[in-house]
Design a binder for this molecule. Structure first.
Ligand SMILES: [Zn+2]
Length: 279
C-alpha cells in the first residue's frame, strides 16, 4: 500500500506551509506491523499509542525521505523510522508544537547499509591522522539525518538489546537544538524544580557529569583490566554528547532496567521528556 500517496504532493506542501490540513492517519495494518517489528513500541498505553501515531502522521507530512544508492524507501520503512523518531516527542504535547524540536531539517537520507566515512583529526602535536569510521547514522546541526537501513532494522550485529540507531540520531537533534552537541539539550521551564535556565543547566550537569566520568572509568576498567562491561553501550564514553544519545536509547528501550542501573539519569530523563508521574 502506497500510503504517502494518500495525500497528493500538492496537498502535502500546502498542509506543511499552512499547517491547516490534518495529515492522513497511518493505516492500521501498517502501524501494527511496525509495532510488531519493534517491541518497545508496543509497551505504550492506548492513549500514548494514539499520540505516537498522530506524531508520526505529522512527522511524515513535514519530512522528506530519500534513499541513497538506488534504495527505495517504502512506506513501511518511513513509518518505522518516523515511529522511533517520534517516541522522543511523546509527552511534549500537540504534534505541531512537539515537532518544532525537529524543525531545523527536512531530509532523512536512508543508506542501504552502514557507511564508511573518511575522517581526519589533528592531534596535540599537530599531526594529521586519517581513519575510516563505520557509520550507522549521522545527525548534523541544520542538516539532514542519515541512517543506515541495515542498522535501523532489528537485529544488527553491532547493536545491543537496548541500542537503537534512530533514537540515537534524533537524540543528537534534541541536543543540537541549542546549537551545540554537548550532552545538554534545552531544558523545559521549571526543569526539576529549578526557576531559571542556568539553574536548570547546573542541575542537569550535577547529574550527568559524575555519571559520565564514572561510566568512562567503567569502560576503561573493562577494556584494560577485563572488569565487567557497563550496562550502557561503551560508545557513550566517546564524549558527553554520545553519552546522552546512548542514554536516551536505553531509556526508551528499557527504562525499567535503566532505573536499576542508572537511577539518577532516569530521574533526569523523566523530567526532560516530561513523562507523566503516574507511569
Ligand atoms: Zn552519536
Amino acid at each position: 500500500m502506497d500510503w504517502q500517496r494518500l495525500l497528493p504532493a500538492w496537498a502535502r506542501r500546502t498542509a506543511t506551509r499552512a499547517g491547516a490540513l490534518p495529515p492522513p492517519a497511518v493505516p492500521a495494518a501498517l502501524w501494527q506491523s511496525t509495532v510488531a517489528l519493534y517491541p518497545f513500541l508496543s509497551r505504550f498505553t492506548p492513549a500514548e499509542d494514539a499520540q505516537l501515531q498522530l506524531l508520526v502522521a505529522h512527522f511524515l507530512q513535514r519530512k522528506e525521505f530519500s534513499g541513497a544508492h538506488g534504495l527505495e524507501v517504502s512506506d513501511a520503512m518511513a513509518v518505522a523510522i518516523a515511529a522511533q523518531a517520534c517516541v522522543l516527542l511523546l509527552y511534549w504535547g500537540e504534534p505541531a508544537h512537539a515537532l518544532r524540536w525537529y524543525e531545523d531539517f527536512v531530509g532523512i537520507v536512508v543508506q542501504p547499509d552502514d557507511v564508511i566515512a573518511r575522517r581526519k583529526v589533528v592531534d596535540d602535536a599537530g599531526v594529521v591522522h586519517h581513519y575510516n569510521e563505520e557509520l550507522m547514522g549521522e545527525a548534523m546541526e541544520g542538516g539532514p539525518i542519515m541512517l543506515s537501513w541495515t542498522a535501523v532494522q532489528p537485529g544488527h550485529a553491532l547493536l545491543g538489546a537496548h541500542s537503537n540507531v534512530v533514537i540515537h540520531e534524533f537524540a543528537h537533534k534534541l541536543d543540537l537544538r541549542d546549537g551545540s552537541a554537548n550532552g545538554c539539550p534545552p531544558l523545559p521551564a521549571g526543569f526539576m524544580g529549578q526557576h531559571s535556565a542556568s539553574a536548570a543547566r547546573q542541575a542537569w550537569s550535577a547529574i550527568w557529569s559524575p555519571a559520565y566520568q564514572q561510566f568512562r572509568e567503567q569502560v576503561i576498567c573493562h577494556e584494560r583490566f577485563g572488569q565487567p562491561a557497563p550496562w550502557l553501550d561503551a560508545y557513550g564514553a566517546t564524549d558527553p554528547a554520545e553519552f546522552f544519545a546512548v542514554a536516551c536509547e536505553a531509556y526508551w528501550l528499557d527504562r525499567e532496567r535503566m532505573g536499576q542501573e542508572l537511577p539518577s539519569l532516569v530521574h533526569a530523563l523523566d523530567a526532560f521528556f516530561q513523562r507523566p508521574p503516574e507511569h
